[in-house]
Design a protein around this ligand. Structure first.
Ligand code: MSP
Length: 506
């Protein structure tokens, strides 16, 4: 098993402010990073995020804001960095595609591929392109896919263009890729996404990838080292961030990096809309460069509002800062990771957050901690009692405490956050039930001191284990529980999750 771990988020377009969709991937990556740091040691985990700053979208947004593209991206990137700060996200690095280290690597990759041949054919060649182009999507479309001059993706009008561009010979690697995805079952995850990619590859012949844009049409990009008249296509530029941030190509064209090695597990988290770029272009690009594959490309689903896509133009994009101000970081994290299985789409609503808050957090977790602390205060003047002999229910709880870390290993490995949280909640529900059925106040009345002690102590042990396992998901809550109850003497604070009154709240 790999003893190091490298995880990435997509690099976000800085054409508009971040919304909850962006925060979703980043929170998921942060959660896994925290889990892996606990498991492998903090020096063995690398968590990368960043921003995608070139291309038509950005140039257009900058024009509209009456700023130069550089001024514009320098401004918007602060909103992303500010949000990650606010959410207390813990990336090890933040890459911007306008940084020198990135630009240099992209140009190096282009040079290497330009000088390389496969089967007697140059990997990068120039060719005249005549056909349809969707400017907002920055995508070329073959005649066969166009009806009524509309983009098959965004349904906006496409333009007829004729220009000379550079192409990367993607098509020759199609069979290799199919076999690679077939042989490596978890490479594209979840399985539904793997099927989607395989089925696409089996039914379509890959076209070579146009990797340039003429300067007269788009200026804001990385110049091709072998043709100053062209800039690099933004997706080709963007994907390379995953390696430009953590290593370099040496004189011989060999890529060297501490985080892109055989002893590192490499995971890319993405949204389902950018699956093809990551599961087709990216592996082929790496393969052509002779660089190892990542271990896993996991595509999660979308957060929708009333079953429709969230977007700036519809005016329904939700600002994560507002959510955090209203409900707190941990509630927001918990909701996103618990309410919808990672990989599926889900509806975002504040009613759903409040429901989770009042149920899982206030009634279950908050209540267990608070009632346990109250008993320790009342019966033992704040001193945590020693372990004692347990009754049957107590032993069931003790067994679960012991088994939980191992039980969580599998769902965490396959990024099933909601299932991990369900398992943790078993160790909250069971003790709550135990309190209700044991009725400790009766034990106290009947002077059953020994029973009361061991009863309370197993609750404490359960809570400590819950706090431990909860850390990657809800770091602040975990710390707060440990502070209140982590040592021999308790330090009781306010209830962790005071119920939200749904009657007064609109
Ligand atoms: N810049 C490219 C990624 C390049 S990675 C080499 C990009 N950026 S983006 O800002 O448009 O989107 C980034 C991510 O946010 C995507 O993974 C996308 O799926 C995700 N989300 C955007 N809206 C979303 C929701 N409403 N819900 C969940 N995630 C969504 O694409």
């Amino acid at each position: 098993m790999a003893n190091k771990f490298y995880i990435t988020t997509p690099i976000y377009y800085v054409n508009a402010a971040p919304h909850i969709g962006h925060s979703y991937t980043t929170i998921a990556a942060d959660t896994i990073s925290r889990y892996k740091r606990k498991q492998l040691g903090k020096e063995n985990v690398w968590f990368l995020t960043g921003t995608d700053e070139h291309g038509q979208k950005i140039q257009k947004a900058a024009d509209e804001a009456k700023l130069t593209p550089q001024e514009f991206v320098d401004k918007v990137v602060l909103q992303f960095k500010g949000l990650w700060n606010k959410l207390e996200i813990t990336p090890n690095d933040f890459i911007r595609t306008t940084e020198e280290r990135h630009i240099k690597t992209v140009q190096r990759v282009l040079e290497i591929l330009h000088n390389k041949e496969a089967g007697g054919q140059k990997l990068i060649y120039s060719s005249k392109y005549e056909g349809w182009y969707c400017t907002p999507c920055e995508t070329f479309w073959p005649e066969t896919q166009i009806t009524e001059q509309l983009c098959p993706d965004c349904k906006r009008k496409v333009e007829k263009i004729s220009e000379t561009n550079y192409f990367f010979r993607l098509s020759i690697y199609q069979d290799w890729l199919v076999k690679y995805i077939e042989d490596n079952v978890n490479f594209v995850s979840p399985q539904s996404r793997r099927e989607e990619v395989l089925s696409f590859l089996r039914h379509n012949k890959l076209n070579d990838l146009c990797i340039s844009r003429p300067k007269e049409r788009l200026n804001w990009g990385i110049p091709l080292p072998f043709s100053p008249e062209h800039v690099t296509y933004v997706w080709f530029d963007a994907l390379i961030n995953y390696i430009s941030a953590v290593g370099n190509f040496n004189e011989k064209g060999k890529y060297q990096s501490k985080w892109w090695q055989d002893d590192v597990e490499i995971v890319h988290l993405i949204g389902k809309d950018i699956l093809r770029h990551h599961a087709i272009y990216w592996p082929i690009l790496l393969h052509a460069l002779g660089v190892r594959m990542p271990d896993k490309i996991f595509a999660h689903g979308w957060w929708l509002i009333d079953d429709t896509k969230m977007s700036k133009s519809r005016g329904n994009a939700i600002n994560p800062i507002e959510m955090v101000d209203r409900y707190g970081i941990d509630t927001y994290r918990y909701f996103l990771l618990r309410d919808v299985p990672f990989g599926l789409d889900g509806n975002f609503s504040e009613q759903a957050i409040v429901k989770r808050f009042n149920g899982d957090l206030a009634n279950d977790l908050g209540n267990l901690v608070y009632r346990t602390l109250t008993m320790i205060e009342k019966y033992y003047q704040g001193e945590v009692p020693e372990k004692g002999k347990l009754d049957e229910q107590g032993m069931v709880i003790e067994k679960l405490i012991k088994e939980l870390p191992e039980k969580l290993a599998i769902p965490t490995e396959v990024l099933n956050f909601s299932l991990s949280l369900e398992y943790i909640w078993d160790l909250i529900s069971l003790p709550n039930k135990y309190v209700e059925e044991t009725k400790p106040w009766n034990l106290a009345k009947e002077n059953k001191t020994k029973e009361l002690k061991s009863f309370i102590r197993v609750l404490v042990d359960a809570i400590r284990e819950v706090a431990d396992e909860l850390y990657p998901f809800m770091p602040k809550t975990s710390e707060s529980i440990k502070e209140q109850l982590g040592t021999d003497r308790i330090k009781k604070g306010n209830p962790l999750f005071p119920r939200i009154d749904t009657k007064t709240k609109a």
